[in-house]
Design a binder for this molecule. Sequence first.
Ligand code: GAR
Length: 198
Amino acid sequence: MKRVAILISGGGSNMVKLVESMTGDHPGRAVIVGSNDPAAAGLARAQALGVPTFAVDHRDFRGDRPGFEAALLEPLLAVRPDILCLAGFMRILTPDFVQRFQGRMLNIHPSLLPKYPGLHTHQRALDAGDRQAGATVHLVTPELDAGPILGQARVPVLPQDTADTLAARVLTQEHRLYPQVLRRFAQGDLTPLTLTAA
Ligand code: GAR
């Protein structure tokens, strides 16, 4: 059984889908959910699902990223995770932190990488006139949003789309994609998965 830790920063809708997926014959179990924001709504959602939580407020570590990461690592390492999933975790991690979880840290990003790493992905897709958008689950490497791709979900961009309507369409597919990729990954299957939504 793979022990899965999840880091979030906000509502945690992807985290909920991951936790809910890890039942029955699933090769993983959620062991902890952590956040850099003590007020993240997802923490209460995790607790309601019976998963222990912790928060390390990054604002207590201004200018001290190593200090923040050391504080983050403590409760994480205490539960001996095999896999670490970033699910809407909005802090950039240092290479030192990333290397501790090399080959076993996953992230979901709301674009069809390698397009649009970083922020404002949906507005950038609209500005570029893209006909398709989507989300990517990838292995985390020290370079931001650039690790090996484990899965992508594609959605159409509609003529009347705003960044918000497009984000909502992509998020629905994120909820399908991440649990499927995690299950495959936990089974040792790293071949990229592609989902297409009508
Ligand atoms: C998701 O759309 C996720 O792809 C994105 O944040 C949202 C979190 O939603 N992640 C990033 O932008 C990472 N750079 P959630 O908290 O409801 O899962």
